[in-house]
Design a protein around this ligand. Structure first.
Ligand SMILES: [Zn+2]
Ligand SMILES: [Zn+2]
Length: 405
């Protein structure tokens, strides 16, 4: 993987493992970070401003040294590096403690020094969390969408019968989102789904309904109304406009745009934009958007919106490490639920988000009394995704958690 980035330099790795390096005479009694790179490799260029910042901000904690291995090939031999850039963490005694190959973000470097016992200050945000809803959820089960926990729309909700009772969804769209998460019994689920007739309020079979499909003028999101009869759909079309679609056409449209991490159906209007290796994709939530870097291993740019204000937040990721977050004050909300046994579990994609500042996050949490979870750095949100195994990534959102039960 890293070979993609290293250009002409790929040194034989004949001597892996620890390499003892003696600090130059007269060096301060401090640990050292040695970055071996070259002027013209992309990730090396990305490292340069980070090294400058570390040098300025942590001058009394550790030394920062850059070695250009094209100008100084002997150093590459001496440190026995295989790729550029490589960062080597050395103790005050000159002994190698850790090395990393490829681009490594400022936060990753600081987290590694912390792990190695070097005092570089705490993570940069004040802890903030809420583990109990601020008020009880008094809604009846049938009034709550199984997928998003939003209110079901009595004129367009969908109901799926299962052997454990009915599963209710706020809208046809969230029925298709559910469908895109299923790994088994997809056809059976479709056959058992009933959607509310917009004109009569009565449930009709999802697959035989006629749909009036339009767009919301303000947001551009599709609007979907279901009817048991074509005449009723035509009557509504006279009033509201739109196009009539059968189930199969609607399904194709609904499933045509998917999350680049978990493969859920999405409306682009609702989700994060992700540019992966220069190609546009989507992240159904902010955390899934970061997950695209874990799934593909490619260079990723995430454009998300503050859930409170809609202001843009841009995150650039190279080799699984954050290159930049704009604005730098942006934070992530990790929505979680506490199970009866006290353990915590993700509250799902509909309960995640980015914010341009901790203040906006707090205001949003206050305005949503049922949300529970904690504020984390965007760096941590990415680190959590990068820690997933290939098997976990393959199964993301397809492990049956979202299956009707
Ligand atoms: Zn919903
Ligand atoms: Zn997703």
């Amino acid at each position: 993987m890293l070979r993609r980035w290293v250009g002409p330099l790929f040194l034989a790795s004949l001597f892996p493992g620890l390499v003892a390096i003696t600090a130059p005479a007269g060096a301060a009694d401090l640990p050292r970070l040695v970055d071996l790179g070259a002027g013209e490799c992309i990730p090396c260029k990305q490292m340069a401003p980070i090294l400058e910042e570390l040098r300025a901000e942590f001058a009394n904690r550790f030394l920062v040294e850059f070695v250009d291995v094209w100008e100084n090939p002997a150093a590459a031999d001496r440190y026995r590096i295989r790729v550029i850039p490589t960062q080597i963490f050395l103790g005050a005694d000159g002994k190698e403690l850790f090395r990393h190959e490829g681009f490594f973000s400022k936060e990753d470097i600081l987290a590694k020094w912390r792990e190695l016992g070097v005092e570089v200050g705490g993570a940069e945000i004040e802890p903030f969390s809420r583990w109990e809803p601020a008020q009880p959820d008094t809604r009846a089960k049938e009034a709550i969408c199984y997928l998003c926990d939003g209110d079901n729309d009595p004129r367009s909700q969908v109901e799926v019968q299962t052997d454990k009772g009915s599963v209710d969804l706020c809208s046809p769209h969230h029925f298709f989102v559910l469908l895109s998460c299923l790994t088994t019994d997809v056809e059976g689920t479709e056959a058992r789904a009933r959607v509310t007739d917009w004109s009569t309020g009565q449930p009709v079979a999802m697959q035989s309904a006629v749909y009036l499909y339009g767009f919301d003028e303000e947001t551009g999101r599709p609007t979907i109304k279901a009817f048991g009869s074509r005449d009723a759909a035509l009557a509504e079309r006279m009033v509201a406009g739109g196009s009539l679609l059968g189930y199969d056409t609607l399904k194709r449209k609904e499933l045509s745009q998917r999350c680049g991490f978990c493969d859920r159906a999405v409306y682009p209007e609702d989700v994060a934009q992700v540019k992966v290796g220069g190609v546009y994709s989507w992240g159904c939530c902010s955390h899934c958007a970061l997950g695209v870097a874990a799934r593909t291993g490619m260079e990723v740019e995430v454009l998300e919106r503050d859930r409170l204000t809609g202001d843009p937040i841009r995150v650039r990721i190279l080799q699984g490490s954050i290159v930049s977050v704009e604005p730098s004050t942006a934070v992530a909300w990790y929505g979680q639920r506490t199970r009866p046994d006290g353990t915590r579990v993700s509250a799902g994609c509909f309960h995640q988000g980015f914010f341009t500042s901790p203040k906006n996050l707090r205001l949003w949490v206050e305005a949503h009394p049922l949300e529970t979870g904690e504020m984390i750095t965007i760096h941590k949100a990415l680190t959590d995704k990068m820690a997933l195994s290939p098997e976990q990534i393959r199964k993301a959102c397809k492990i049956g958690e979202c299956a009707p039960k």
